[in-house]
Unconditional design. Structure first.
Lengths: 98, 210
């Protein structure tokens, strides 16, 4: 299984004849070259922190601890962030209570 | 739609479902490809696509847009679908199985999600006293119909676990999102995939048991 870095890389597609051609080309490119987006711990935490600050005006660790404690009023608004946090190790220090 | 093309697509759906159900590590790829295929044949804008991400937790993947689970998928109507799924692989009495830990589907007017319209969430182990599977609607009802300071958007309507295919159908049939293929293709395609999902889905009760 190959992996790819998180640096944005998009297929170099020139003069697609139609949107469907573009779609097919991107699909083929993705399947062939980037089946897995491999994220490091720092990358995961950075993304979580950025989203937490933007949406709830709190830090990423604060969001994760609030979620774990059942204190988030509306966890649905950050469901995607919670999903991303599932890529951290279960014993990651960021989940530790303070 | 030539019948041969439809048959080939249905066969591909069955193959991918079987690969996912086998519990092999390749099942993660199969699930991603199946999700991508269903979207691509229905409501996905050509610039979008489903990718899977891995991190520090073994036997775990998450699905989302090209840039990961925080990247919503562009739709043909100019709006977005926030697709966030956690998959994990674990041993069972019948061998390894790949299961969905969490899934979240949010239809939204803007990329950031500030203007969300509805969302279905499923959390296998919910942290808050909400139903594990629930629907939220970002709408308005008359004053006084809900407790003070509780907007309709904060109400978690309990649901059965909703399939991804049902969300796609809802968007096409009720919200008028244009499908990339004629109904003669996408309807049997979704029916085939959803039928397989219905047989394996994890069912949750509508709230905490204690």
């Amino acid at each position: 299984m190959s992996t790819r870095s998180t640096a944005p890389m998009y297929p170099q597609i020139h003069t697609p004849k139609s949107s469907r051609d573009l779609s097919r080309a991107m699909y083929t490119w993705c399947v062939d070259r980037c089946p897995i987006l491999k994220l490091s711990r720092d990358e995961i935490l950075s993304r979580i922190d950025c989203a937490a600050q933007q949406r709830l005006r709190m830090s990423g660790p604060e969001l994760l601890r609030a979620y774990k404690a059942g204190r988030l009023v509306d966890s649905g608004s950050v469901a995607d962030v919670i999903v991303l946090a599932n890529l951290l190790a279960e014993d990651d220090p960021v989940f530790a209570s303070r | 739609m030539p019948l041969a093309e439809l048959d080939a697509l249905l066969g591909r759906v069955r193959d991918l479902s079987a690969a996912f159900l086998s519990g092999d590590s390749d099942g993660f790829d199969a699930f991603r490809e199946l999700t991508d295929l269903l979207l691509r044949r229905t409501i996905l804008h050509p610039s979008g696509g489903v990718t899977q991400a891995s991190g520090q937790r073994p036997e775990t993947r998450v699905l989302g847009g090209w840039a990961g689970p925080l990247d919503p998928l562009p739709l043909t109507d100019g709006r977005f679908l926030r697709l966030s799924l956690t998959l994990f692989r674990e041993p069972t009495d019948q061998g390894f199985r790949i299961k969905v830990a969490d899934s979240a589907y949010q239809y939204q007017a803007d990329r950031e999600g500030d203007e969300w319209i509805f969302r279905y969430d499923f959390l296998r182990n919910p942290r808050a006293p909400h139903p594990a599977s629930h629907l939220q609607i970002n709408g308005v009802i008359p004053d006084g119909w809900l407790p003070a300071d509780t907007p309709l958007s904060r109400i978690h309507f309990p649901t059965e676990r909703i399939s991804f295919e049902a969300v796609i159908r809802l968007l096409i049939e009720e919200f008028g999102v244009t499908a990339n293929e004629p109904p003669g293709l996408w309807r049997p395609l979704l029916a085939e995939s959803e039928g397989l999902f219905m047989g394996i889905r994890h069912r949750s009760i509508s709230g905490p048991s204690s």
